[in-house]
Design a protein around this ligand. Structure first.
Ligand code: FAD
Length: 388
């Protein structure tokens, strides 16, 4: 079935592919400008779903991201639902805890719930009468010349939709980006790091946080590390980053406890030995990929933002924040060039690619710094680890 998205309005139709964090935010930016916005998301509506799968349970929201939320009037609400983290709390092997502030007094980053933030952004996008949400629409293919997109539905049916501008916000494994790969002079690289990550939950103890809540807790252990961010329900989400081969060496519950006893002894009474033994095997460790590409646009027809343009490893805590900043930068260029896509898109590539590539490099550098030097060179740690 082919349907036209034209609604007889003076504004063009913008199709935002991907209703994750960056796509939902971007829909608000375009809707605010008065475009007819169609958002297409492969998953069902997460506001109605029983289980919401995402790349992490919570994440750190910093200045960049807040500025973008401010632009659509959502900053205060999201900040009120976040937990300020004023410092990193470093856990030594002997149990000693040492705080390292993120900045001057009063400065902090926020731990926010990913699913909740995504839901709030979708609801914000939906409040614009010129936005239409299309869940259960998985982009399969699209044509750069005609702007015609083909979506697959869960029931096996296909739908074809045309738009004036396609905004690819469909994440690190972007289907929109596939079309770019078929074109000449498109630079693309992707790197999987040898580490994977696994999330473990630390429940409240006697109704209170098991550790001090206003910190991003870190257990640096040279070749691997664990971090923990607080949640509003007084749990902590602990994320263990470790080479896949080390994850695979641990095959029994007893080996899990032995490993934690050796490297994270202070966490065993906090997480609980039984919980650890169970949760370690609940899901396999997840991979982390870094993606760089250039340009971010095709003519005046399509542009990539967020992880679709630049997936970064999470060690700088800036993936989402940089994706949110993409939206602001694009919006500013829209003002400069009077919403003329043929001028805006190349300028966006020109301005944004170097900055996003710099974030990707910093994130990768930080990953190396943290595993190689963190325990021996604290000054390097303090200097480079801005957000984690
Ligand atoms: P995604 O969140 O991946 O969303 C893409 C959306 O597109 C999804 O909803 C998906 O269902 C949809 N989609 C995919 N394919 C299709 C298709 N073919 N058709 C239609 N829809 C499609 N960043 C931070 O700033 N701070 C942090 O603290 C932080 N911590 C992290 C911790 C971990 C462990 C990881 C892995 C990442 C972390 N990040 C963090 C990075 C952050 O998760 C990403 O940068 C962010 O999710 C990017 O948002 P996005 O909307 O571009 O992509």
């Amino acid at each position: 079935m082919e349907r036209s998205t034209s609604r007889q309005s003076r504004k063009k139709v913008v199709a935002v592919v991907g209703g994750g964090l960056v796509g939902a935010l971007n829909a608000c930016f375009f809707a605010k400008r008065g475009f007819d916005v169609e958002l297409f998301e492969s998953r069902e509506d997460i506001r109605r779903a029983k289980i919401v799968k995402g790349r992490s349970i919570n994440l750190a929201l910093s200045h960049r991201g807040r500025q973008a939320l401010k632009h659509i009037g959502l900053e205060e609400k999201i900040v009120a639902q976040g937990i300020p983290m004023h410092a990193r709390m470093i856990h030594s092997l002997n149990g000693k805890q040492s705080p390292i502030p993120y900045g001057r007094k009063g400065q902090y980053i926020l731990s926010v719930d990913r699913a909740n933030l995504n839901k709030e952004l979708l609801t914000a996008a939906e409040t614009y009468p010129n936005t239409k949400m299309n869940f259960d629409h998985k982009l399969q293919d699209w044509n750069a010349e005609t702007g015609l997109m083909t979506f697959a539905r869960l029931d096996g049916s296909k739908e074809q939709v045309k738009a004036d501008l396609i905004v690819g916000c469909d994440g690190a494994f972007s289907a929109v980006r596939k079309q770019f790969l078929r074109r000449s002079r498109f630079d693309y690289s992707q790197t999987y790091i040898p580490h994977g990550y696994m999330e473990l939950t630390m429940l409240p103890i006697n109704g209170e946080f098991a550790m001090k809540p206003n910190y991003l807790h870190i257990w640096p252990r040279n070749t691997f590390m664990m971090i923990a961010l607080p949640n509003l329900d007084k749990t902590f989400t602990c994320t263990l980053f470790m080479p896949f081969e080390d994850f695979e060496k641990i095959t029994t519950g007893d080996e899990v406890i032995e490993f934690f006893q050796k490297y994270f002894p202070d966490t065993i009474p906090l997480i609980g030995a039984d919980t650890l033994q169970r949760d370690y095997f609940r899901l396999p460790a997840q991979a982390m990929v870094s993606v760089k590409c250039n340009p971010y646009h095709i003519g005046d027809a399509c542009v990539l933002m967020g992880d679709a343009a630049h997936a970064v490893v999470p060690f700088y805590g800036q993936g989402m924040n940089a994706g949110f900043e993409d939206c602001i930068v694009f919006d500013e260029i829209m003002d400069q060039f009077n919403e003329d896509f043929s001028a805006v898109l190349p300028e966006y590539t020109r301005v944004r690619v170097p900055d996003d590539h710099a974030i990707a490099d910093l994130a990768m550098y930080n990953y190396i710094e943290m595993r190689a030097h963190v325990n021996s060179k604290w000054f390097l740690f303090r200097k480079y680890v801005d957000n984690i």
